[in-house]
Design a protein around this ligand. Structure first.
Ligand code: FES
Ligand SMILES: [Fe+2]
Length: 386
């Protein structure tokens, strides 16, 4: 075979992807260089993450006025701030003077003060103080407020959008809120949040999260022991999501043989008989099972790096039980064993794909959501074929 030492000259040309566009069992996998090439990654940031509603975790992280947290989403520094007027806002975390990053980490503040020359903004983003600027010609503080991004919420989760022109979050989610209404996500409490830096392209991690083909191998000693029947994949008709539903007994958030909390009393129909694994495009997986939900949030950090955040939510009443801390350890054990297994295999895949000798592969019947994610990406990144 001929090695590919360099990515193609025009990585966004449709000609490279004709085989990915075929039906699942005739298709080939994405070209390896789409997981490593800065040019392809830059197009994903601009055309996907820059234009969609990006899931950024629980609103309860900033429950009180004055609280804030920061994040770098696809290289864009953002600060989410709970204003004194009760509104949550997402600001560009970049000073309007000479561009320093303003806030770090998370905490509580009365105002946003730049660490460089002390320009100070209120919690609505308005510039309130700019020392030594009195003599500067035609300088009006009113013109130098922080840029604000769109921020909306559903089910207690925040979504961030950098594009003023895309339709609102409700149209992005489509029918998903109705499908998941019985879980009453709004009234769940996040009990734990963990983060990892992983040396792989963001697509690798999401693809892995949405197929059960790897479970007998990668999770042989952990969740493989859970027995289940997998149903055909689910696709949002109006919303930007897809998913898997599996029918089984026992909470999927526990290892086989462990017992946990009582089941949610509100579940009926399929939600009372199995678990939903939902991918909210492009990079968030929600798992909703009998007694709790957990999520995996993928933040791209470059063509070969990403940040993974996992969170877990239980109904408020369950978190108030006197035995909560003791019993929840069994859930933590399951996640703390299975998530690192996925992290390791994702890095191994990146290492293999980085080779100039890496070639395209084929899909099994168990990978429809990998194929549909790849095509969702191509729909947005690659010019339509003529
Ligand atoms: S860069 Fe912020 S005050 Fe100068
Ligand atoms: Fe896995």
């Amino acid at each position: 075979m001929t090695p590919r030492w360099l990515p193609p000259e025009n990585p966004l040309s449709p000609e490279h992807f004709q085989a990915v566009r075929r039906p699942l069992l005739e298709a080939e996998t994405m070209p390896p260089w789409t997981y490593t090439t800065p040019g392809f990654y830059a197009a994903e940031v601009e055309k996907i993450f820059g234009k969609t509603w990006n899931f950024i975790g629980r609103a309860a992280r900033v429950a009180q006025p004055g609280q804030y947290f920061t994040l770098d989403f696809a290289g864009i520094p953002v600060a989410v701030v709970h204003g004194k007027d009760g509104r949550l806002r997402a600001f560009a975390n970049t000073c309007r003077h000479r561009g320093a990053r303003l806030l770090e980490g998370e905490g509580e503040i009365a105002a946003i003060r730049c660490p460089y020359h002390s320009w100070t903004y209120d919690l609505k983003g308005a510039l309130r103080g700019a020392p030594e600027m009195e003599d500067t010609a035609c300088f009006e503080t009113a013109d130098f407020g922080l840029d604000e991004f769109r921020l909306e919420s559903w089910g207690g989760f925040l979504f961030l959008c950098f594009d003023p022109s895309v339709p609102d979050l409700a149209s992005f989610l489509g029918e998903l809120p109705e499908l998941l209404a019985a879980y009453d996500l709004e009234n769940m409490v996040c009990v734990r949040r963990k983060t990892w830096d992983i040396a792989c392209n963001w697509k690798i991690y999401v693809e892995n999260a949405m197929e059960a083909y790897h479970v007998p191998t990668v999770h042989a000693k952990t969740i493989q022991r859970q027995k289940r029947t997998i149903s055909p994949p689910l696709y949002g008709e109006t919303g930007q999501w897809s998913g898997l539903y599996t029918k089984h007994e026992g909470s999927r958030a526990l290892e086989a043989g462990d017992t946990g909390f009582p089941y949610l009393p509100t579940l009926t129909g399929p939600s009372a008989e199995g678990t939903y694994y939902i991918l909210i495009y492009p990079g968030t997986m929600l798992a909703l099972t009998f007694d709790c939900m957990w999520w995996l949030e993928v933040h791209p950090r470059g063509p070969e790096h990403m940040h993974l955040i996992s969170g877990a939510c239980f109904p408020k009443a369950i978190t108030e039980r006197p035995d909560f801390e003791e019993v929840v350890q069994r859930y933590y054990k399951r996640w703390d064993r299975s998530i690192p297994e996925d992290n390791v295999i994702s890095e191994l895949q990146q290492q293999g794909l980085r080779s100039p000798f890496a070639r395209v592969g084929r899909f099994s019947i168990m990978e429809p959501l990998v194929h549909s994610l790849d095509n969702w990406v191509l729909d947005r990144v690659v010019a339509p074929s003529v």
